[in-house]
Design a protein around this ligand. Structure first.
Ligand code: FAD
Ligand code: 5PR
Length: 371
């Protein structure tokens, strides 16, 4: 190949930033468009399993995650007061505030030479190789990457991409709270998942995200309107979890949180000509396994790696989807099953089959990284 390949990427979330970094490090020129005026992610925490950490090793970001993230001591589940502590020894994972992960990826993208344009909204892609912006601009590229999330405008503009969307009964309010004295002790250096299933499912998932913050994922059926509100309604939550009232009061004061209903979006195929979708644009999934972003990060890194092995873009895109599709479909199906059956409530959801996603090793990971 003689000329440098050029990519236009829509969406500076975890998938778009990762794709941008990986392509730039593989020699592409990359321009990344974010519709918001600022680069940031909302106030919550996130788990990164080994599959994502290997991908982040490949693009040089993992050391910063280890520095700024934490490894929780235990993953405990409590159902009506009964505690379970599943064995997760074979499945290492890290917890980090989402805004921090976003900042580390944004820094790495700039370091890799990605040009980032904020306030730039994509409205679609031309499969012959152009990104279309809301202001009417048409930007030619060898590859257009739609990393614009579950509601992807890029994906929706491509008739060749068939979609199956499904919404589920549950949703989660996510907040990041400062870690005050009563949560400073080592007993909070954990994941603790408190469930009640009667009269309807309500759950508070605590995840340490370091000495300064705690992430709370507060799940309820979306029909429970008061429990699906941001800011958190402390009364409805404290009535169900009276012993967690101090934490619930903090959650009620948190700013920058978000409520999302569980949803799945299966897209087939992932590319049309020179346009490809990655991350939630391609495979939004239920959060039960904490794998949505991780799978997007893995697929974005593997995309750049596979395209580097093929002069022909069509062949590269087909080879990439061939490698990543089965793992991704299985992750979506398993997390949907776990969400629908609420298996996590019983603390025994982490079977080896379910955890296959966490142990997926992308081709781009060299033996030294895996060791
Ligand atoms: P997004 O995060 O949606 O980012 C898309 C970006 O594109 C945004 O910056 C947006 O502003 C921008 N954009 C959108 N439209 C346009 C446009 N038209 N033009 C330009 N820019 C645009 N995953 C994990 O791995 N671990 C977890 O622990 C975890 N917990 C979760 C908990 C819950 C309750 C939920 C709902 C999800 C969870 N996930 C988790 C999944 C994870 O949040 C998503 O998979 C991830 O954020 C998807 O990243 P993305 O970059 O594909 O999309
Ligand atoms: N795992 C994680 C998470 O944030 C959520 C779930 C599982 C890391 C959402 O609170 O099952 O909803 C889940």
């Amino acid at each position: 190949m003689t000329t440098r390949r050029h990519a236009e990427v829509a969406g500076a979330g975890f998938a778009g930033l990762t794709a941008g970094i990986a392509l730039a490090r593989a020699g592409w020129s990359v321009r990344l468009h974010e519709q918001n005026d600022q680069l940031r992610d909302f106030g919550a925490g996130i788990l990164l399993w080994r599959n994502a950490m290997l991908a982040l090793e490949v693009i040089g970001v993992a050391p910063a995650i280890r520095k700024h993230g934490v490894v929780p001591d235990v993953y405990a589940t409590s159902l009506n007061g009964e505690m379970f502590t599943p064995e997760l020894a074979g499945y290492p994972y890290w917890a980090i505030p989402r805004p921090k992960l976003h900042e580390l990826l944004s820094d790495a993208a700039r370091d890799a030479g990605v040009e980032i344009v904020t306030g730039s909204e994509a409205v679609g892609a031309d499969p012959f190789g152009a990104l279309l912006l809301a202001d009417g601009t048409r930007l030619e590229a060898d590859l257009v990457v739609g990393a614009d999330g579950a509601g992807s405008a890029v994906r929706n503009s491509l008739p060749a991409l068939a979609q199956e969307r499904k919404k589920y009964q549950d949703g989660v309010c996510r907040v990041l709270v400062p870690r005050p004295a009563e949560f400073a002790g080592p007993e909070w250096n954990r994941v603790i998942d408190y469930w009640t299933l009667e009269p309807d499912a309500m759950r508070i998932l605590f995840i340490t995200t370091g000495p300064d913050s705690l992430y709370m994922g507060m799940m309820a059926t979306t029909s429970n309107e008061r429990a699906s509100r941001i800011p958190i309604d402390p009364e409805v939550w404290s009535a169900r979890f009276p012993h967690l009232k101090p934490a619930i009061d903090l959650a009620a004061e948190a700013t920058g949180g978000r409520h999302d209903a569980y949803q799945t979006n299966r897209v087939t195929p992932w590319s049309s000509g020179r346009a490809v979708v990655v991350g939630d644009a391609a495979h939004a999934m239920c959060p039960a396994l904490g794998q949505g972003a991780s799978v997007g990060i893995v697929n974005a890194v593997e995309l750049a790696h596979t395209l580097g092995q093929h002069d022909d873009l069509d062949a590269g895109l087909a080879a990439w989807e061939g490698k990543q599709r089965a793992m991704t479909d299985a992750a979506q199906a398993r997390s949907a099953y776990m969400a629908e059956t609420r298996t996590l409530a019983r603390g025994n959801g982490f079977t080896p089959e379910v955890m296959e996603t966490a142990n997926f090793v992308l081709d781009a990971a060299t033996p030294e990284l895996i060791a």
